[in-house]
Design a protein around this ligand. Structure first.
Ligand SMILES: C[S@@+](CC[C@H](N)C(=O)[O-])C[C@H]1O[C@@H](n2cnc3c(N)ncnc32)[C@H](O)[C@@H]1O
Length: 413
């Protein structure tokens, strides 16, 4: 007779879970057990490299041999992740004798527990059992995950997992998340960044933030366009800091959405310090930076075996001879690796001339990638000696990244 399973959330922190088998199934199962804080004992003559790395790092105990009944001493749960049905049956027989629940990868009908398909959304864990059909469970799980990410979170189902517990003047205090939005393609925001965006009360967005991300905000979100603040750059930054602090102190969850990564020429550090000074808690969510993504989108790896063992990211917003410049262009000219220049179009002629004057060959391959990862991306391939002139002729404009180095042609067939 079949009956419905009884769902439970196992609190495994510090509790022994025995995993028998060290192959692909165990490799998939072990991370969630470790995430739950389980004390994992892995019994298998051999391990996959991923499991081996966890064992070497001391994250789990590995017993390099076949299963013996004593392995289940002190166990709360056992996961059998071996193909051999006889070996699996003998483990589950020992588990049954000891009244330990047993998950079996080889035979769900013989198992005393099933692992569900899971999606996690902040503090909410959704676990789906598909009546013994894992594919059905995954399909339903995927649909729920999409709903949670896009529709339900703004209405408060996801809640605010990291929300501050402090209060200000009797009011619930807010917080700020500095979120990297990625280089341009809206799909290049991180999963965490996207989740926080869907939970925000206020979004303060930069000019280079993918517009489609803002399109998805729910109608009651206050959207502050930071690029429209009508002052010079330093006063505008003060205004932005003030907006973040004021809204958070008024109880809002504020997402400061920034192009690329918040800490790569993004002034994220200044915003963090301003919030910290006002006692506002801040979460920083790194982003995919254009300094790596723009070359990648043009088919240029910033490192390549046998070609470049280093890459240097530098701002070209000041000319090499500007008194305020902090960049040692003469020293950079002596490097053999990849040079990635952000905000460098205006000063490109002076920059390339300085690099050549200090020894970098004018024949070094160079490329310019404009509006990378978007539908309007443009790529110019040239050399260090010619790129500034080619750039003007091609009428390329910011935002663009300049890449200098042999990696520019490394993947050309
Ligand atoms: C103020 S910086 C911010 C960089 C950003 N925090 C990051 O990690 O990508 C702006 C510069 O980043 C570069 N940039 C940003 N997005 C870009 C894109 N989609 N394509 C090319 N360059 C981009 C350009 O050099 C632009 O002038």
């Amino acid at each position: 007779m079949t009956s419905n399973p009884y769902p439970l959330g196992l609190r495994l922190h510090g509790r022994r879970v025995v995993v028998v088998g060290g192959g692909a199934v165990a490799t998939r199962r072990v991370p969630a057990l470790l995430d739950a804080g389980a004390d994992v004992l892995l019994v298998a003559p051999e391990l996959t490299p991923a499991l081996r790395a966890r064992a070497d790092a001391g994250r789990l105990h590995w017993v390099p041999r076949r299963f013996v009944p004593e392995d289940l001493d002190g166990a709360w749960l056992v996961q059998v992740a071996v193909d051999d049905p006889i070996a699996a049956a003998s483990v589950s027989a020992v588990a049954a004798e000891r009244r330990i629940f047993c998950v079996r990868a080889d035979d769900r009908t013989a198992a005393t527990a099933w692992t569900p398909a899971v999606t996690r959304h902040g503090p909410v864990t959704v676990a789906v059992l598909g009546g013994g059909d894992p594919r059905r469970a995954m399909t339903v799980r995927d649909a729920i995950r999409d709903l949670l990410a896009v529709r339900l979170a703004p209405d408060g189902i996801a809640g605010r997992p990291d929300a501050s517990t402090g209060t200000t003047g009797g009011q619930q205090a807010g917080r700020v998340a500095l979120v990297g939005a990625g280089p341009g393609d809206p799909e290049l925001i991180t999963v965490k960044g996207w989740r926080l965006l869907t939970e925000a009360d206020v979004v303060v967005a930069d000019r280079l933030v993918p517009g489609l991300l803002l399109d998805e905000l729910r109608p009651d979100v206050e959207l502050v366009d930071a690029s429209k603040i009508p002052y010079g750059p330093s006063r505008a930054q003060e205004e932005i800091n003030q907006i973040l602090v004021d809204r958070a102190l008024a109880g809002a969850f504020v997402v400061r959405l920034k192009g690329g990564d918040p800490y790569v020429f993004g002034r994220g550090g200044e915003e963090l310090l301003a919030c910290a000074a006002a006692g506002v808690p801040v979460t920083v969510v790194p982003g995919v930076t254009s300094s790596i993504a723009a070359p990648a989108a043009a088919g240029i790896p910033v490192t390549h075996r046998g070609v470049a063992h280093e890459f240097t990211v530098v701002s070209g917003h000041l000319a090499p001879d500007a008194p305020a410049s902090l960049v040692r262009w003469d020293a950079l000219a002596g490097l053999h690796g990849t040079l990635v220049i952000l905000m460098g179009l205006k000063n490109l002629a002076a920059i390339t001339a300085t690099l050549i004057a200090h020894g970098r060959s004018p024949q070094t391959p160079a490329a310019v990638v404009q509006e990378a990862t978007t539908g309007t991306q443009r790529v110019l391939r040239s050399t260090l000696g010619a790129v500034a002139a080619d750039l003007s002729a091609a009428d390329l404009r910011p935002p663009a990244v300049v890449v200098v180095g042999d990696v520019v042609g490394a993947l050309d067939g």
